[in-house]
Design a protein. Sequence first.
Length: 238
Amino acid sequence: MKKLFNSFSLMLMLLFTVAACDDANNTTEYYFDGIYSVRGEMLLPEQEDTFYVAPNIKSMGLSTGDRALMRVRCFVDNVLGPRAAQWSVDRVYSMLPAADVERLSLEDSLQYDSPLAGITSFANYGSTWVWNAIQNICVVYYGNGTEPDFRMTAPAFVNDTLCLTLLAKIEDGEKPASQLLSFDLASALSLMSVSEQGLLAGKDTLRTKVMMRYYDAPADTVYTAEIFGGKCVNPFRK
């Protein structure tokens, strides 16, 4: 396989900001940028086994099931210590919903034949990862500024790996861009055969791989590339 993703690199930086304030009262504020999921009044940070209680979630327009790139504020009274920290949502940058994995007809699939320029790291999360049965992939492409259309399709389960295909419809152009894509792996179950579902349910670990069309600019050639999508504890195990 061609070295898929050295043609272009855009690093999306998430900020970590520490601001000390009101020293007379011995308090400190911390701000963290990252991806969080919402469950009631709890914020669940992506790729972390913890949660924070943020009472202002509802007033920020968020509700259970939402997933977003946001800034979170942590207020600490240094006398009481970090166990008494107060958490709140400071800013919501963008919502990150997970699209379904779907089945497309051959005719529809042929409309999604745009190649990608590669993938790139999304801050410290990496370029591809699976978390809470959501497949994430940060793609790089060239277009004309028009919003592209991405679809994830063709699931199959082989050994311990869920095989997926990423399709794209991109208006031709020379403007580089990157976008984090998220897909709900649970939606792939109904597209698999009964035998594949049975095999999937018997595995402890779920791995994914993603196929896509990739344009190698130096060779002026389009390839079909395959990348490792990530792994997690199998959420479909029975």
